[in-house]
Design a protein. Structure first.
Length: 364
């Protein structure tokens, strides 16, 4: 484990958006190669998959073997003994689905926290602002087994103060007394708000519009994630979302981010120019669904994400169930280095079964 830990810490030690393509290829490539060896030695199902693929040691970021993300719903994948599990995360999933189970040891949990802190403070600054949590308090009450939603909220709470929940437990309605008290106390000051996309829109911004309420938080930052889940028919454009967020609450900076519970700590944050950014310790690859080859800038395909953080389970290279497109590398007007991309939506279920079946067949 020591080699994998050292390689991971080397890439985590750099500022999150400082590495150019060549530097990142060297540092992150080395970390991913060590993680692949580590997981093959400590996770029998992962070793079996690698053996079935008959591949040698990965050379370069794009050659690291990937697992379909849904395997974490079907297999118990961990590279640590049961008594070393510090925290278990579960995916939100839809009703009736088996959730993913992600096992963290203390080292992986600490690396996750370091990575999230580096990215979040890069976007909102190091000062802890008053924080409006666009959710209800019940979602974080059970701290023995975290949902992805609860873990996301608890993780972001670190970067705010005077935490206030905007919604009621019972009906997800606006908690108007709490919001009013928060607004009066912090009116005219920049705040930090966090929530999940469909909830921010449906239960907060739309509810404020219906009630004719306008909040005064100029210069404030809203971070949101998670997409629209089952509410695709209610989805609005990124531009409309940002426009209403500014008009109703004064959010001048609205940052969506892409991430998943199956790859802890990998947060791909959207800058003010509308690009999702890959940090130095993680990367995004767009693959052709016909031959799995990496695609260049502007070509649409399936999103693969890689990360140096997962040490306790083999989640360092995952094929997602999302479509995306690269928009650039080391060239964003915001000044951050690394690849940028857009998420285009989910893969149709039948097509995704094909991805999983193809990978499973190789392991048979």
């Amino acid at each position: 484990m020591s080699e994998a830990l050292e390689a991971r810490d080397a890439v985590l030690a750099t500022p999150p958006f400082a590495l150019n393509a060549a530097e990142k290829g060297r540092l992150l490539g080395a970390a991913l190669a060590e993680l692949t060896r580590h997981h093959a030695a400590n996770c029998a199902p992962y070793a079996g998959i690698l053996a079935a693929q008959d591949g040698g040691p990965p050379i370069g970021i794009t050659h690291v073997p990937f697992l379909p993300v849904r395997l974490f719903k079907e297999l118990d994948l961990r590279s640590i003994p049961a008594d070393a599990v510090f925290k278990t995360l579960t995916s939100s999933g839809t009703t009736g689905q088996v959730p993913s189970r992600i096992y963290l040891d203390q080292a992986t949990a600490q690396a996750q926290s370091r990575a999230l802190a580096a990215i979040t403070t890069d976007f909102i600054g190091k000062d802890r602002r008053p924080m409006l949590i666009i959710d209800h308090p019940g979602v974080v009450r059970d701290r023995t087994s975290f949902s992805a939603r609860g873990a996301g909220i608890l993780g972001m709470m670190t970067y705010g103060r005077a935490h206030t929940y905007a919604l009621n437990d019972e009906d997800m309605g606006l908690n108007l007394p709490a919001i009013t008290e928060f607004a009066e106390k912090h009116a005219g000051k920049p705040i930090f708000a966090f929530g999940f996309t469909f909830m921010v829109w449906k239960y907060f911004l739309s509810a404020l519009e219906r009630a004719g309420i306008t909040l005064d938080f100029p210069g404030s930052v809203l971070i949101h994630s998670g997409g629209w889940k089952k509410l695709e028919d209610e989805a609005v454009s990124n531009e409309q979302f940002k426009s209403v967020a500014k008009a109703r609450a004064g959010f001048d900076h609205v940052h969506n981010f892409y991430g998943m519970v199956e790859q802890v700590g990998s947060v791909f944050m959207e800058c003010d120019h509308g690009r999702l950014h890959a940090p130095g310790f993680a990367d995004v690859i767009i693959r052709d669904p016909l031959d799995w080859k990496p695609l260049g800038i502007g070509a649409e395909g399936i999103i693969q994400v890689v990360s140096a953080i997962p040490l306790s389970y083999p989640g360092h290279s995952l094929l997602t169930e999302d479509r995306g497109v690269l928009t650039g590398e080391d060239d964003c007007p915001c000044g951050r280095m690394g690849k940028t991309f857009r998420v285009l939506g989910r893969i149709p279920a039948a097509e995704m079964r094909g991805c999983s079946d193809t990978h499973t067949a190789r392991a048979a």
